[in-house]
Design a binder for this molecule. Structure first.
Ligand SMILES: Cc1cc2nc3c(=O)[nH]c(=O)nc-3n(C[C@H](O)[C@H](O)[C@H](O)COP(=O)(O)O)c2cc1C
Length: 219
């Protein structure tokens, strides 16, 4: 029985009056999730659209609360961490994490980064110990699978591609996925959206096919 956490990050809605405005990354995630739902029983489906309802940015009071021992936290500090606690609780429950995201300015949307900043938290999702030498951080969670569905306007961000060095989206999320407890990462992307030509059409179609295939593989 699968517990699924689905995070969408585009500022566009999945469906709009003008279909040209529909979010591609959300459509890919919807395709993946609905194929999974049709073929296996999802025990717990948790959904957040952080593109439309972003978590708050962290600040110095948040940091102060994080570094105050649980038993010593004031009511104000507990409230400050309430969103983070909730988001981490959702992550802990999940065995599959689906993140759909556009590429904005060669990286992830600020709204998605805000979600990661609330979740990647000392003594909750990672531990820190200088006895470990140069790599003091260790994830606390484990055994999860990340499905990453992306859309970008340009192309060639893959290894060996013409824009490989400009890709700060998937490589960043792959690095962070370790601290979500994701030991397996699958990535599917649609490219060329800004060119609106046959290359985009073919990239999009291929991404939908791969999303369905991946869902069937993970059943
Ligand atoms: C604010 C903004 C910044 C963008 N920056 C990039 C970029 O750096 N590289 C790129 O290839 N596409 C970029 N794009 C194009 C989007 O990645 C593309 O439109 C994608 O399909 C958006 O995802 P969505 O369809 O899920 O909303 C940008 C779009 C917006 C709105």
């Amino acid at each position: 029985m699968t517990q699924l956490l689905h995070i969408d990050a585009s500022i566009r809605k999945r469906r709009n009056d003008n279909p040209n405005h529909d979010s591609i990354s959300k459509r890919l995630a919807h395709c993946f999730v609905s194929t999974l739902k049709e073929n296996t029983s999802i025990h717990n489906y948790m959904y957040r659209d952080v593109g439309i309802n972003p978590p708050p940015f962290t600040d110095q009071d948040w940091l102060g609360a994080v570094f105050t021992k649980k038993e010593n936290r004031t009511e104000e500090q507990k409230n400050k961490l309430a969103v983070s606690d909730k988001l981490i609780d959702e992550l802990i429950q999940a065995d599959i994490v689906v993140i759909s995201t556009p590429m904005y300015n060669y990286g992830m949307p600020a709204q998605l980064k805000a979600w990661f900043d609330q979740i990647v938290r000392i003594n909750e999702t990672f531990s820190f110990d200088l006895a470990r030498g140069d790599f003091p951080l260790e994830p606390i969670l484990s055994g999860k699978t990340l499905v990453l569905l992306t859309s970008c306007g340009e192309f060639g961000f893959e290894a060996g591609g013409v824009r490989e060095s400009m890709n700060h989206l998937a490589p960043h999320i792959r690095t962070l996925s370790k601290y979500l407890g994701c030991e397996q990462v699958f990535e599917i992307g649609s490219e060329y959206q800004e060119f609106a030509d046959f290359r985009h059409q073919s990239s999009l179609e291929s991404a939908f096919v791969k999303s369905r295939e991946l869902a069937l593989k993970l059943v």
